[in-house]
Write a protein of this length. Structure first.
Length: 388
């Protein structure tokens, strides 16, 4: 068994402190019932039914005995709270030093100029997405290729929040039969390790629906699109879904509320709404205003508008917004059409006092302004200089 505790402990070292087990059949059932598969808005996920994830958090009698819970899991939803930001900034500083080292070995030159050039190269290369992909991929590789689990896991597949899809296999024969395209081998592990990167076709997964299907989050699909956790509130983000397969995984799965057979996946109880009626009303007002700002051409709309993207699904619109870059190192610089989306998140009181992002993280996630990262690197450098 691949212990859920092992996955959590490994990912937490990189700041990814949210790790929720799920069966993909729950998600498939949800999007089918909503008509999203028939309309081609979303696709069905693979459904390997053999449970290989053991929940050692709570035993059958409510203690920490480590027994396998009645629910059968085949996947894990990975995300983060504000805990990811310090790890990311440390990684960013390390990348700057690596870049400086390569420049010095090639050309030498002024140290100050080398540093500034290295900073520019790093902060303007979409570094946060790179950090997420590198850190999660490396952690999962180390987990799944370990001697205690490698014989049980034939492959695992990563579905990233940006629509990217990758399949990893520890079976050397799989390289000749996989359909996903490019193959790469990592020679640092004892196991044969292959990555099949599907570069032709994106596979958009509704991470909010995955979260809702897990039973750990409440999703307001009808009014505000918000996904709210009972503890963290809106102050979290989902990065990837990883689906595990063994060599004998059975893809024929039935959805049911009971576990009367080995191929039956019991549905979890839905998470109740953690918001008051007043909060819901206020959040809906802000959401409607945000849509109006982005469809009517009001405000400083240099980031583009949702009006021009009205033929896309909500998940595609979120991806569109995620990829925009605009000024925003200070609140006054944030485009007027962007501010309501930030205010919408902040309108929910649950988790706000303890889990709200610090301002650099909050503004960067919405604007991708590289000047925010420049300031953070300068702050870290000042702390290091003071400690010497």
């Amino acid at each position: 068994m691949l212990l859920l505790r092992s996955i959590k402990q490994k990912l937490q070292t990189s700041g990814f402190d949210l790790c929720h087990p799920i069966h993909t059949a729950w998600y498939n059932h949800m999007i089918q019932s909503e008509g999203l598969v028939e309309s081609s808005a979303l696709k069905l996920l693979p459904e390997p039914s053999l449970s290989i994830i053991q929940s050692d958090e709570v035993g059958c009698d409510g203690d920490s005995s480590g027994c396998v819970l009645p629910s059968s899991y085949n996947a894990v939803l990975i995300g983060n709270t504000k805990a990811v930001w310090p790890s990311f900034i440390d990684w960013l500083a390390m990348k700057v030093e690596e870049k400086k080292g390569r420049q010095d070995s090639v050309s030498g030159g002024n140290i100050s100029t080398q540093h500034e050039t290295a900073v520019e190269n790093v902060i303007n290369s979409n570094p946060f997405d790179t950090y997420c992909e590198e850190s999660l991929s490396q952690s999962l590789q180390e987990l799944c290729c370990g001697e205690d689990v490698s014989k049980k896991i034939a492959s695992y597949e990563l579905f990233w929040s940006n629509g990217k899809r990758q399949k990893f296999s520890t079976n050397s024969a799989a390289a000749q039969h996989d359909e996903h395209g490019d193959v790469s081998r990592n020679n640092e592990t004892k196991q044969q390790y292959h990555c099949f990167d599907n570069k032709q076709n994106s596979f958009l997964v509704s991470m909010q629906r995955i979260a809702s299907a897990s039973g750990q989050y409440w999703h307001d699909e009808e009014n505000t699109k918000l996904c709210v956790h009972p503890v963290h509130g809106t102050w979290m983000a989902f990065r990837a879904l990883v689906i595990f397969e063994t060599e004998h995984s059975d893809l024929n799965v039935n959805i049911s509320g009971s576990s009367s057979s080995n191929n039956t996946v019991p549905l979890p109880s839905p998470c109740p709404c953690p918001l008051s009626e007043e909060e819901m009303t206020e959040a809906k007002k802000i959401f409607d205003y945000a849509l109006e700002m982005n469809t009517s051409g009001q405000g400083n709309n240099n980031i583009g508008s949702y009006g021009t993207q009205s033929n896309k699904t909500w998940d595609e619109l979120c991806t569109y917004l995620h990829n925009q870059v605009c000024k925003g190192s200070d609140w006054d610089e944030v485009p007027e059409s962007m501010k309501p989306w930030i205010e919408l998140r902040n309108a929910i009181s649950v988790g706000r006092s303890d889990w709200k992002y610090d301002e650099p993280q909050l503004l960067y996630h919405y604007t991708k302004d590289p000047n925010i990262l420049r300031r953070e690197l300068e702050r870290v450098q000042c702390i290091e200089n003071e400690s010497k």
